[in-house]
Write a protein of this length. Structure first.
Length: 255
């Protein structure tokens, strides 16, 4: 633990090198008028403006709510379907080809159809975000169950485990690394889909809405603020879940 803490400042310092170089390049580009960019100082002023007005907090909370509601719909369904496909081969043969075909369609490509069915509102947004998180959860859960060693399943048969006991005590623990990998991917896909749907559906609030409004108002400084906030939030969510994943899989020597 002490070694990890001693290495932490070094890792942070190394991680800050690229952003620092980017800011230097950014300032140089704006000073030389090579690329149309708002200077860093102007972007910082816009950030303070959005914080003081409360718009940034409102849009951030709206996007987080939309993303995590979609995740709460898509991830459990994806895990359940993936586990079922991994356990029962007839289900895999029945729905597997259909689901694999559907996942080839970009999630944003479903917006026109969803809009016709449900209108351009919350239902359509959550449906697209939920589908974005469903497929990676389903695929990884299926692969996780399929790779559980047969000897463990045979042990369950010797002890006469029921289907529920086999799932709880053998299949889910064995598949857990890939299940959590699928959820990690689902987080990223859901975050991207949330911003995309906000840009295209005209939601009431959200980071995508703020980005589109800044484009209409030709506020390049606000657009850059929203892009940076979106990137920082996505990175933070990913890092927090990685820590949770490591905690849940601490029994694995390789994690």
């Amino acid at each position: 633990m002490t070694g990890l803490l001693s290495r932490f400042p070094v890792r942070v310092a190394i991680g800050l090198v690229a952003p620092a170089l980017l800011i230097v390049w950014w300032q140089w580009q704006t000073s030389a008028h090579i690329v149309t960019f708002a200077p860093p100082a102007m972007v910082g002023t816009a950030l303070l403006e959005l914080i003081r007005s409360g718009d940034l907090l409102r849009d951030t909370l709206a996007t987080l709510k939309r993303a995590f509601t979609g995740l709460a719909i898509g991830v459990p369904l994806g895990v359940a379907v993936g586990v079922a496909m991994g356990i029962w081969k007839p289900i895999d043969r029945l729905v597997g080809p259909f689901l694999h075909a559907l996942r080839q369609v970009p999630m944003i490509g479903w917006l026109p159809l969803m809009g016709l069915w449900f209108g351009m509102g919350t239902t359509t947004e959550l449906a697209v975000v939920g589908m974005s998180s469903f497929f990676p959860s389903m695929l990884n859960s299926h692969a996780g169950v399929a790779q559980v060693e047969k000897r463990y399943i045979e042990v369950g048969s010797i002890f006469r485990f029921s289907v529920a006991q086999r799932i709880r005590h053998i299949l889910l623990p064995g598949a857990m690394p890939l299940v959590l990998t699928g959820i990690t991917q689902a987080l990223a896909f859901a975050w991207i889909a949330t911003i995309g749907t906000e840009l295209l559906t005209g939601a009431n609030a959200g980071l995508g809405v703020a980005m589109q409004l800044a484009q209409v108002q030709q506020r390049l400084d606000i657009m850059l603020v929203i892009i940076c906030v979106t990137a920082a939030l996505g990175f933070t969510i990913n890092q927090l879940f990685r820590q949770l994943r490591q905690s849940l899989l601490r029994w694995q020597p390789s994690v």
